[in-house]
Write a protein that binds this ligand. Structure first.
Ligand code: XUL
Length: 531
């Protein structure tokens, strides 16, 4: 390993800190993780977080993240990893979480003494020791206030890419300012989890990058500057406390002396701006313009590369992490696998085989039967319950089991297409759907996905895409210093496996059905509101 060059990616995610090293061929040569609950039991987290008594407030101790970095780097050193071979590093963090640096901390960061671990050196650097994270949903009042102050939810979405969301950082900062004014006034810099982690490496406050900055309800995603009205609505002197924003592939500088002396990093090792985990996954999956990634897990997520976004009331538009003039859209659906498993248990005696067989035997379009299956309150759209409509648009209380199975899967994918299109996504002849996550091994489910999007579906076998994506971003950011090379030019497309193509009759069947689905959804939402 001694003479080869390496790039590092770090992922400060909710439950663990991960590191990946790749060589110059971008093959993974080292991987490790620190699990917060298990490896740092002194912080008493569950799943990396503390859920407070109100059940809405969710935080993580900031020093736990610092200590995790001490541990992961110590382990790398003990394993004999040659830190001097690292040309560049970058990283990612769970989106939206915020870190509050106390007055005087910049000076501490600037002069870290290499004989001590970071958590000892930084222990009194945070004015808020429990950082709000993305799972927090305690800021409904702040969200209303922000939307009102800019002229409503759509106006806020037009500026920042999203209407106000409880977990978005501006609303979290607003809550800290209201509830802990003293801590707020003592705060010299507010970082996102990503820029906080980058700060540790450069020994100074790292700027927030455009892409993760888009998850704050504060950044104008077109001008790439903080929006004055949003800043003012959230808290005073916020512009100074947030510092500048930079493109996600900016080289911020080199690692601080601390890392050179304590671990043997080279003094030339560059640090590329850290970003959010969803943007980093887009880089790790090597998504290209027009691609759509569908992750079918506990919850389903979709992210898309788009050039001309139309921010909507559902879903998010972020600046693109690898090409800053472009955008990415993110949609989260809470009722994913758990809902599919529930219907599998109820309608096909718990067997995926039977479930798949039903999908292959029932007709696309389900003879006009449509269903909405939201076991828990859905994010996209904000609705709950099970709602079924027959071919005549009448509400019915039950479907035969085979109709129920197809209605569930068709409904889940029709919603995805409708919301993606509302955000500006256009299906083109070259559109590729890249499927990942548990349900992506089910060919019959993917056939429905392919038919509804009228596009081929490929599977992509990539683990830890966010962390890996940051080792790629480190390499790309560094090469940008010498030439304006695009991400796609540095990394050949990821290997995909074509699994299914759309049936020829699909578009004709689903076009009118998609329209009906959207109409029925409005009725469902109306009902949910009146409940
Ligand atoms: C995205 C979001 C989550 C976190 C989790 O908006 O809240 O995906 O980034 O890591």
């Amino acid at each position: 390993m001694a003479s080869a060059a390496h790039y590092l990616g770090f992922d400060f995610s909710t439950q663990q800190l991960k590191v990946i090293a790749v060589n110059e061929e971008f093959q993974v040569v080292y991987e490790d993780n620190v699990q917060f609950d298990k490896d740092l039991p002194e912080f008493g987290t569950q799943g990396g977080v503390h859920v407070h008594n109100d059940k809405l407030t969710v935080t993580s101790p900031v020093l736990m993240w610092v200590k995790a970095l001490d541990i992961i780097l110590d382990r790398m050193k003990s394993s004999g990893f040659d830190f001097s071979s690292i040309k560049a590093l970058s990283g990612t963090g769970q989106q939206h979480g915020s870190v509050y640096w106390k007055e005087g901390s910049r000076a501490v960061l600037n002069s870290l003494q290499p004989e001590f671990p970071l958590h000892t050196l930084l222990q009194s650097c945070f004015s808020v020791s429990d950082s709000p994270v993305w799972m927090d949903s305690s800021t409904t009042a702040e969200c209303q206030q922000l939307e009102e102050s800019v002229g409503g939810p759509q106006e806020l979405a037009n500026i920042t890419g999203s209407r106000a969301y409880e977990r978005f950082t501006g609303n979290q900062i607003s809550k800290i300012y209201k509830h802990k004014p003293e801590a707020y006034h003592q705060t010299e810099r507010i970082s996102l989890v990503s820029s906080f982690a980058a700060s540790l490496f450069i020994g100074d406050y790292a700027p927030i990058d455009y892409s993760d900055g888009s998850g704050m309800n504060l950044l104008d995603i077109r001008n790439k500057t903080w929006n004055e009205k949003c800043l003012e609505a959230c808290a005073p002197s916020l512009r100074e406390k947030l510092g500048p924003v930079v493109s996600s592939s900016t080289v911020l500088g080199t690692v601080s002396v601390y890392f050179i002396q304590r671990f043997g990093f080279s003094c030339d090792c560059s640090v590329v701006a850290f970003t959010g985990d969803n943007p980093a996954s887009l880089a790790g999956m090597r998504l290209e313009d027009g691609d759509i990634a569908v992750s079918l897990g506990t919850s389903d997520t979709l992210f898309l590369w788009i050039q001309e976004p139309t921010p909507a009331l559902e879903g998010h538009i972020f600046c693109n992490p690898v090409q800053s003039q472009d955008y990415m859209a993110l949609l989260c659906f809470k009722n994913g696998s758990l809902m599919r498993e529930k219907i599998r248990d109820e309608c096909s005696s718990g067997s995926w085989e039977k479930f798949s067989k039903v999908l292959s035997l029932t007709p696309p379009g389900n003879n006009g039967c449509l269903g909405f299956y939201f076991d828990v309150m859905e994010i996209t759209p904000h609705a709950v319950g099970v709602h079924r409509f027959n071919g005549e648009n009448q509400k019915v209380s039950e479907f035969p089991k085979d109709v129920e199975i197809r209605a569930l899967i068709e409904g889940q994918f029709m919603a995805k297409r409708i919301y993606a299109e509302r955000l500006g996504y256009k299906i083109m002849p070259q559109t590729r759907i890249l499927a990942t996550g548990g349900a992506s091994c089910n060919q019959e489910i993917l056939q429905v996905l392919s038919d509804i999007f009228n596009a081929p579906v490929h599977t992509i076998a990539i683990a830890n895409s966010a962390c890996l994506g940051c080792s790629y971003r480190a390499a790309h950011g560094l090469s940008l210093k010498s030439s304006p090379i695009s991400f796609a030019d540095v990394f050949k497309p990821v290997e995909l496996k074509l699994v299914v193509t759309p049936r020829p009759e699909a578009e004709k069947i689903y076009q009118p059905l998609l329209k009906r689905y959207a109409e029925c959804e409005s009725k469902v939402m109306e009902e949910s509101r009146n409940k």
